[in-house]
Design a protein around this ligand. Structure first.
Ligand SMILES: Cc1cc2nc3c(=O)[nH]c(=O)nc-3n(C[C@H](O)[C@H](O)[C@H](O)COP(=O)(O)O)c2cc1C
Length: 184
């Protein structure tokens, strides 16, 4: 059977990022189900803030082409002032000028960790809107993880509910959606 390829993008480059920790815990759930996972580190694809007079940087094409090779993509993102962070919006804006095929072809999962109880719900809603607007197939099950510092155990496993159930459900939904697509 074909091994599913899932990319993981964390929209925080901070060394102690709680979203990076959440991402790693979700990766484990996918690997337990036999998926092949790959972290896409946005720090390696630096891009200036988009404006229309700039020549497209080489990293945009490289990243867009790379993302086209995945069956599913999971974004784990902080919420900044009720919105998605500029790092993520800038990456989507730049790559969308190159091609939106990678957005249309992948199944998308969204997760967000916050230190407070709200779990990035405003940011996840906006990200879902943007990806859907660009033709993305976005899973309805998102992984909101509030009070993130107490949500993982000392080995980095997600233990808090309901975040753990959300993550397992998103993982199952993504695998089943990709398999359905492959059968068509
Ligand atoms: C500019 C800025 C705006 C923020 N706005 C929000 C917000 O709207 N909602 C929220 O829950 N946390 C907000 N935070 C707190 C972040 O959730 C917190 O810094 C978190 O640790 C960032 O994620 P990271 O640890 O993955 O970098 C904000 C932080 C910054 C720096």
């Amino acid at each position: 059977m074909h091994t599913l390829k899932i990319a993981f993008i964390c929209a925080s480059l901070r060394k102690d990022s709680i979203n990076r920790k959440l991402e790693n815990s979700i990766i484990r759930l996918f690997e337990e189900k036999g998926a092949k996972t790959q972290i896409i580190n946005l720090d390696k694809f630096q891009m200036p803030i988009f404006h229309g007079d700039l020549k497209t940087p080489g990293n945009v094409k490289i990243l867009t082409t790379l993302l086209e090779t995945f069956d599913g993509i999971v974004i784990t993102t902080p919420e900044y002032n009720g919105c998605l962070p500029p790092l993520l919006k800038n990456m989507i804006d730049w790559t969308s000028t190159e091609s939106t095929d990678y957005i249309k072809n992948a199944i998308w999962g969204i997760a967000s960790a916050t230190p407070g109880p709200m779990s990035g719900i405003m940011c996840m809603r906006q990200l879902s809107f943007i990806l859907s607007r660009l033709g993305g197939n976005v899973l309805s099950q998102q992984v909101g993880c509030g009070n993130a510092s107490s949500s993982l155990d000392c080995d980095g496993n997600l233990i808090a509910q309901p975040a753990l159930s959300f993550a397992k459900k998103m993982c199952e939904m993504m695998i089943s959606r990709i398999n359905q697509k492959k059968m068509i």
